[in-house]
Design a binder for this molecule. Structure first.
Ligand SMILES: [Zn+2]
Length: 331
């Protein structure tokens, strides 16, 4: 993820009087930073736990973040030194395993100004996880799908159930669906790998023209047999439905003066030829749309002189387009 889109406080600037480093942020929050108003949690920072020079603090999870009017009582630090000031009870409540056990025995790393947990994940990943724990949307960060994927992995590790947060209109649901139009197969694979039915169904709607030959072994493994079968059947069923729709030729009209020389027979033959070619060529990867069907079939009209026959052709083309629009578009 591009950090330019991730609004951290900037790293400490020696030339600036700003209070932007993790330690300065805490001091500033408490007053003048002189230690005169330290609470019982304000144990002097251990040299080993002093923030590194490249440390940044999450703006959302900064030291002044209040939860029920309480200030943060712990810090989570990512592998790339992003500091998240959090409320311990929030984490404990959301996690079924004490955040991978890190919060079971938090006092042993009590060395900084607040109890500090070090995590292996990068800031982008933890940012999503913490937003989910706090019930806040992280959609405005536009996280990459890989970051969302990493957040899923982290949630499993930290004992945070995925499914409730991926229900319609929940944070994960919105994060995944925002990626679906741009990365449909990866979104589908991620949703399928976690059994997130609603999201997999919606993502499949973006895969109607997906070329299955592009599936890598990794994707196939991730999607799994059940959802892969459903995607294959979706493609097959749509092609079968298309051929069935095209089989029906235009109606014939009542005898009329302008229709001579076997025009009605010609229309039926031309329809058969055109649709046979369509049905033969049709594959999901060609992205068959109602409009492309219409354009292809309208060419038949150029060979038909009778106005009555042309009306029958137009009527049938409308019927084809309508019927095609009703064919199932998701798994
Ligand atoms: Zn005619």
């Amino acid at each position: 993820m591009d950090y330019s889109g991730f609004p951290f406080y900037p790293s400490p600037d020696p030339s600036s009087s700003g209070t932007t480093s993790p330690q300065d942020s805490v001091n500033a929050m408490r007053g003048q930073g002189d230690g005169s108003d330290l609470s019982q949690t304000a144990i002097p920072a251990s040299p080993l736990l002093d923030p590194p020079d490249d440390a940044t603090v999450s703006i959302t999870f900064g030291p002044s973040l209040r939860d029920d009017d309480r200030l943060p009582d712990s810090i989570i630090v990512s592998s790339n030194h992003v500091y998240f000031y959090i409320h311990r009870h929030r984490i404990i409540t959301a996690s079924s395993n004490g955040f991978d056990g890190l919060f079971y025995d938090v006092e042993h790393i009590y060395g900084g100004s607040l109890p500090t947990i070090l995590c292996r994940e990068v800031g982008d990943t933890l940012n999503i996880v913490l937003h989910i724990i706090y019930g806040m949307s992280s959609l405005h960060y536009f996280p990459a799908l890989q970051t969302v994927d990493n957040a899923f992995t982290a949630m499993i590790k930290y004992g945070i159930p995925i499914e409730p947060h991926a229900a319609p209109h929940q944070q994960l649901y919105q994060l995944l669906l925002s990626n679906a139009p741009y990365h449909p197969i990866d979104t589908f694979a991620l949703a399928a790998s976690h059994g997130l039915e609603d999201i997999a169904v919606i993502a499949s709607g973006h895969l109607l023209s997906f070329d299955m030959s592009r599936l890598t072994d990794e994707l196939v493994t991730k999607i799994g047999p059940v959802y892969l079968k459903r995607l294959i059947l979706l493609h097959q069923d749509r092609m079968t439905a298309l051929r069935h729709i095209l089989l029906q030729a235009p109606r014939t009209h009542s005898p009329m003066p302008g229709c001579r020389d076997g025009q009605q027979g010609l229309l039926i033959r031309e329809w058969a030829l055109a649709t046979a070619q369509l049905a033969w060529d049709a594959t999901p990867s060609k992205g068959i749309s109602a409009n492309s069907l219409r354009l292809h079939l309208e060419n038949i009209g150029e060979k038909i002189a009778c106005e009555g026959c042309r009306r029958m052709l137009v009527e049938r083309i409308h019927g084809v387009c309508y019927a095609w629009s009703l064919v199932k578009q998701t798994i």
